[in-house]
Write a protein that binds this ligand. Structure first.
Ligand SMILES: [Zn+2]
Length: 466
């Protein structure tokens, strides 16, 4: 068996790992988009590093676009096999991929009209490609081994990252041998605010695991909710400003909304309007609401008192662009939650452009941003930025709350992996992390008793023998 690492290798976007058996069967794990349009990575989306027509099946860990966003291009370029995932992942991909096609098309039109060469590349796929892609999805339950064919069995176990996310466990026969492989996708926090947390997964010999926060500890959730409340008070009550929160439509938006909902129920939230300004975030919240069977005990208990954990009187979800534009003219303190989370596309770009030069406002970054993205540059302290050709001075306060990350920190990731006997693991591959972070995480893992750790680069092909 060979593993081809074709994305999220020494970086955090573009997850794509291809397993190839000696019989020539090819199984792709995730098919994510590289993000960061101004960077080299924007162009990396045009080349897979393998022929999509040769891939037999795709297994999808979860619906985030850096894991699913290139599936329609895979189909457009010749893939025609089944796409296995959980039921919520399919429901979410339907809206995520449609939105991705729409954003690419509208960015292309906008850039073309205004002559921005950096965004002038053609869309990677269109709505028709997305519709064709959705036909290929096949949903599977958690906690059951599914025999995909005579040689391949698949088990999704809970990983606690976003609704529908799963750790992919595989048993692949190759002649008389059976490979036991686990691909974690993204690992959630130990305590998730909404969904069920991670569960132990069967012993594997080959593990491919993420490492986003391999060098950091997040602090506990309660402390960060206090910090969030403090930032709301300082911005909206003391400074009478606007609090702008870029957030992934899926996962983080619902967590922030639920945190604000709890504050409102407890009478702690000041009486300011809260807007979720994103059609995608609004649709994603509807989907999360439609799968309560995946909620954890805490939120179920909370719902005995408040049946709407993502809704309160001052909260408004905005789909229509006409109402989104009215927010620019709103002359009162408010909270605006909008996508995309890394401030690369979507309505958040307009909100940042309109509010970043006012020192009364705060931009609150609530999770990891790839360094080349606008969110990453602001996170790293940029004093000047450019949005749609406008030069802007950063005068608003920039705050960071990493505890709202949907990724575990290094202690949590190691605790998740502790269900494994380290001496039975023959290779542990670190993916989905910056190289410097991965080197530090490798040390933490070694100290925890894990060995045979490798950090592949994009294009690396590793031969696995038994
Ligand atoms: Zn994710």
């Amino acid at each position: 068996m060979k593993i081809h690492f074709e994305g999220a290798a020494r970086t955090v976007t573009g997850s794509k790992h291809l397993l190839e058996t000696e019989n020539g069967v090819k199984i792709l794990l995730d098919c994510g988009m590289f993000q960061g349009q101004e960077s080299e990575k924007g162009r990396e989306n045009h080349h897979f590093g393998f022929d999509p027509a040769d891939v037999d099946m795709l297994i999808l860990s979860h619906a985030h676009i850096d894991h699913s966003g290139l599936i329609p291009k895979l189909v457009k370029d010749g893939f025609n096999g089944p796409i296995y995932c959980t039921e919520p992942t399919k429901a979410l991909c339907q809206i995520m991929l449609t939105d991705s096609a729409y954003i690419q098309m509208s960015d292309y039109k906008y850039a073309h009209k205004n002559g921005f060469s950096s965004q002038s590349s053609e869309p990677l796929y269109d709505i028709d490609d997305v519709l064709q892609t959705l036909e290929l999805f096949k949903t599977l339950s958690y906690d059951n081994w599914h025999h995909l064919n005579d040689d391949v069995a698949l088990l999704f176990t809970y990983i606690g990252h976003i609704i529908g996310s799963g750790c992919i466990n595989l048993r692949i026969k190759e002649g008389k041998k059976t490979h036991r492989i686990a691909y974690t996708g993204d690992i959630g926090r130990k305590t998730h605010r909404i969904i069920k947390g991670w569960k132990p997964f069967p012993q594997a010999e080959i593990i491919i695991t993420e490492s986003t926060y391999g060098d950091r500890l997040h602090g506990n959730i309660g402390t960060n909710e206090e910090q969030l409340l403090k930032i709301v008070h300082e911005t909206c009550v003391e400074n009478k400003g606007k609090l702008i929160i870029p957030a992934f439509s899926l996962g983080r938006t619902q967590e922030i909304v639920h945190a604000l909902d709890k504050m409102e129920s407890a009478g702690l939230l000041p009486p300011v309007k809260v807007f979720v300004d994103s059609p995608l975030s609004t649709s994603a919240t509807e989907i999360v609401k439609s799968f309560p069977e995946y909620y954890n005990k805490d939120i179920k208990k909370y719902m005995e008192r408040d049946s709407q954990p993502f809704g309160f009187s001052n909260l408004h979800y905005i789909r229509d662009v006409k109402y989104s534009k009215l927010l620019n003219k709103l002359n009162e303190p408010c909270i605006i939650i909008s996508a995309s989370g890394m401030i690369e596309a979507g309505r958040i770009l307009h909100h940042v452009a309109n509010n970043i030069e006012n020192e009364r406002n705060t931009l609150l970054i609530v999770g990891y941003c790839e360094p080349s993205t606008l969110g990453g540059r602001l996170r790293d302290g940029a004093k000047e930025i450019k949005i749609y050709g406008r030069e802007l001075k950063v005068k608003a306060r920039i705050e960071i709350l990493d505890a709202y990350s949907a990724h575990g920190d290094y202690e949590e990731m190691i605790e998740f992996l502790s269900c494994q006997e380290p001496h039975l693991i023959r290779k542990l591959f670190l993916v989905h992390g910056k190289y410097e972070t991965q080197m530090i995480y490798k040390d933490h893992l070694s100290q925890a008793g894990f060995h045979h750790i490798e950090i592949p680069e994009r294009g690396d092909v590793v031969e696995i023998t038994i």
